[in-house]
Design a protein around this ligand. Structure first.
Ligand SMILES: CC(C)(COP(=O)(O)OP(=O)(O)OC[C@H]1O[C@@H](n2cnc3c(N)ncnc32)[C@H](O)[C@@H]1OP(=O)(O)O)[C@@H](O)C(=O)NCCC(=O)NCCS
Length: 164
């Protein structure tokens, strides 16, 4: 499979078998705690489906017919998120397809949607030990939010990107 086969699909166009496939490999990574506040170590199809149905936009990155990454843009995950702000959530890339700029591709795609929808700021939460996610966000010019805001969960690290 060639990387030029990459395509991003908005989730309303995807087939339900993609959900099963993604739920299985995400569970196998054992990294659900990095992606969601779910307490379970198993990502069920229902929970995955809920991520997308409760989102403003959800994307699946596919190589050919294989879903290798997902993420969402959400307002519903955090109470009191300011009106001009949206959260980038649930980002995960299949381990076999990491370090190939697929995470970058997915976030840039969601940033372009957020901008088109008129949001001024995109935020993201990171589990403090998740060094790789922090490096990814740094590489995309997200900055750490240093001044505490009411909506933040203080147990997590928060990053933001403001549109000019
Ligand atoms: C975080 C994650 C989505 C990154 O996806 P990815 O497709 O591998 O990331 P990219 O290839 O786009 O990486 C872009 C930049 O991020 C940083 N980065 C990504 N993976 C890295 C690694 N293993 N080691 C060091 N830096 C890394 C680098 O700065 C990289 O740019 P560079 O290669 O030019 O140095 C992926 O590792 C993942 O799914 N992790 C588990 C779930 C998770 O942590 N989600 C994020 C929740 S906030």
């Amino acid at each position: 499979m060639n990387l030029s086969d990459n395509k991003i699909i908005l989730v309303n166009n995807i087939d339900s078998h993609f959900f099963l496939n993604v739920a299985q490999w995400v569970t196998q990574t054992g990294e659900l705690n990095l992606i969601s506040s779910e307490k379970s170590s198993v990502l069920s199809v229902d929970v995955l489906h809920g991520w997308f149905t409760n989102s403003i936009a959800g994307v699946v990155l596919c190589i050919g017919d294989i879903p290798i990454g997902v993420a969402t843009l959400c307002k519903s995950e955090i109470n009191l998120l300011p009106p001009d702000t949206v959260e980038c959530c649930h980002l995960v890339v299949h381990p076999k397809w990491r370090k190939l700029y697929n995470g970058t591709l997915i976030i840039n795609f969601l940033l372009s949607i957020a901008k088109k929808l008129g949001y001024k700021r995109v935020v993201g939460r990171v589990v403090p030990t998740n060094v790789i996610a922090k490096l990814l966000l740094n590489s995309l010019n997200f900055e750490p939010i240093v001044t505490f805001e009411d909506w933040m969960n203080p147990d997590l690290n928060w990053y933001q990107k403001r549109f000019k």
